[in-house]
Design a protein around this ligand. Structure first.
Ligand code: DC
Length: 238
């Protein structure tokens, strides 16, 4: 039984491009909790594999993958004046590179390997060992923190998700083709849901949030209402 004063873990899982990061970041700001984007870690490992030429077809040399994993240091840093953390790998800011469609096309291939998952899951557990975190991904409520006090499973209609990701990429000045973005999202969901290791699935005790027709403000109102009805001292800051 969780004491009402104890810090908790808020686990947010769900489909690709349904706004998990924006929502999780807003919750972290409202609660003063630490925000961790686990997908950025899988993207960073994927980028490292691509830069080292490890991805040939559907396979990856497991020895070289293990070596690469041993050499990667991932961290998150906020630029002064920004609330959005940037992903760094081995001392280099890789935020822009890991969001590219090339990395998105390979990330489900790399993240299916158990050697990758066990390394990243242990980093994620270390980040949440004192609790007080909002962590988003695909297996946070099922594998990383099955004891998370709040689990939210997010989804939205596939066309709406594709539209959001397309606008986000274009907004960042990146090349994007709508059909390619849509295809990437559908394929990533398929691979993430069907992989044998830690597939994307809704935890039985997760609450589903379909945000297809919700603004961020409406999602935050929903979350703060949910939190106020729970027996935790944590409340949304006004
Ligand atoms: O959240 P995202 O779209 O940035 O995640 C990129 C990919 O990383 C996603 O398609 C699957 C993988 N991933 C994962 O396997 N497990 C997680 N906890 C987070 C992401």
């Amino acid at each position: 039984m969780t004491s009402p004063d104890r810090k908790i873990i808020i686990a947010i899982d769900g489909h690709s491009s349904c706004g998990k990061s924006t929502f999780a970041r807003a919750i972290a700001e409202k609660t003063g909790y630490l925000y961790i984007d686990s997908g950025a870690m899988y993207r960073a490992v994927t980028l490292a594999c691509m830069e080292r030429g490890l991805l040939q077809g559907d396979g990856v040399d497991q020895g070289l993958l293990a070596e690469t994993l041993g050499e990667i240091r991932i961290s998150f840093r906020k630029e002064p004046g920004s609330s959005v953390p940037q992903t760094w790998m081995n001392g280099v800011n890789v935020e822009e590179k890991i969001r590219s469609i090339r990395v998105a096309s390979n990330v489900s291939l790399v993240s299916k390997f158990s050697i990758v998952r066990s390394k990243l899951v242990s980093l994620q557990r270390a980040a949440g060992k004192d609790r007080g975190v909002v962590m988003e991904g695909r297996d946070i409520g099922t594998v990383v923190f099955p004891d998370a006090e709040i689990k939210i499973f997010m989804t939205a209609a596939p066309e709406i998700r594709a539209q959001r990701r397309y606008l986000e990429l274009r907004g960042k000045g990146m090349e994007a083709d709508f059909a390619e973005v849509q295809e990437n999202i559908t394929e990533r969901d398929r691979l993430d849901e069907t992989r044998p290791e830690s597939p994307l699935t809704r935890a039985p005790d997760a609450i589903t949030l379909d945000n297809s027709y919700m603004t961020l403000q409406q999602q935050m109102d929903w979350f703060c209402d949910l939190l106020s009805g729970m027996n935790f001292s944590l409340k949304c800051r006004t």
